[in-house]
Design a protein around this ligand. Sequence first.
Ligand SMILES: Cc1cc2nc3c(=O)[nH]c(=O)nc-3n(C[C@H](O)[C@H](O)[C@H](O)COP(=O)(O)OP(=O)(O)OC[C@H]3O[C@@H](n4cnc5c(N)ncnc54)[C@H](O)[C@@H]3O)c2cc1C
Length: 326
Amino acid sequence: MKRLWQRVMIALARSARVKGFMQANPRMTNLARRFVAGPDAAAAIAAAHHLLDRKGIRTSFFYLGEYVDRWELVRENVEQKLAIAGLLEHDVLDVHISVDPTQIGLQTDPAQVAPHAFAIGRTILRAAAGRPGIHCIMLDMEDSSVVDFTLALHDDLRRLELPAAITLQAYLRRSEGDLRRLIANGARVRLVKGAFVGKSGVAFTAEGEIKANYRRLVELMLAPEARTNGFYPIIATHDDRIQAEAMALARQNGWPQGSYEFEMLLGVRSDVAEKLTQQGERVRLYVPFGRDWWPYAVRRIGENPANGLLLVRSIVSAMKEPPATP
Ligand SMILES: Cc1cc2nc3c(=O)[nH]c(=O)nc-3n(C[C@H](O)[C@H](O)[C@H](O)COP(=O)(O)OP(=O)(O)OC[C@H]3O[C@@H](n4cnc5c(N)ncnc54)[C@H](O)[C@@H]3O)c2cc1C
């Protein structure tokens, strides 16, 4: 049932007509406000300070806009990522900059993706030089067709000694093999369940199977050998049972708090994130900003059918607003 709901929401997220209508609304709807920090870098930085200063929570910034097939939008995405990375030079924040390969040219000119990612990595390296914390470009993982490309990009970033990390998805059958290789290389990996739906040949399709695979992969990430290799685990889930299991495993295998971290999404189970920090864990929130909020927010709705009411209310409130002039 949940996977069916998720499929419907993914289709809605990809509808250009609905997206155009919702994003033309002059005010961000409640839906956007719940999951997105605001329209620009200033709003994102303010949200990150609020999280760090008041709650001790770190940030992963994400400038919204994915599966971009127009060159001018690719340029805008790269400029925004570079701008927010550059701002870190005058700040004390501990941040990752999350990047989707399809944001920075994969659909317009794949040869441009690596130079763009290298530029972002170099800017982070320069801006955060000498500061404590883990500052890096975090490669998000999109649908299964781009996994090889994203892994190769991550390897190239590391070969150049640029600060990088990568996301793996437990719904994909191949992720265990990918994870074993990354653990052997002492990489930084963010493990998620996966916001996409795949065919049974390449993916686990039942919720229980995905969860079981997630647990299996967490065990690999927090194994003593991973620690010896200098691997850095990032457990990105809102599932508090899995979080508790990971904490117990970390203690059992000699991982001190702060040598791994938990990551969650802005607007989702913030009480759980705060509780983790109170327990002494290192916690990061994924903080999206920008105007292209519809596909991102609707995928979040897809993850929890209970959010459906928020979706309906947001559409109704958008229908009451006059459309913005183009
Ligand atoms: C930091 C971060 C980065 C991510 N990056 C990627 C990526 O690069 N590629 C990718 O495919 N996916 C990514 N995701 C999304 C991820 O794949 C899952 O779709 C999402 O995290 C939901 O799975 P869950 O592990 O939280 O567990 P679930 O089993 O779905 O949920 C656990 C609990 O949290 C609640 N919950 C979960 N999501 C929501 C929500 N949206 N609203 C309200 N409650 C919710 C559930 O109701 C349940 O109680 C990312 C997630 C996080 C946290």
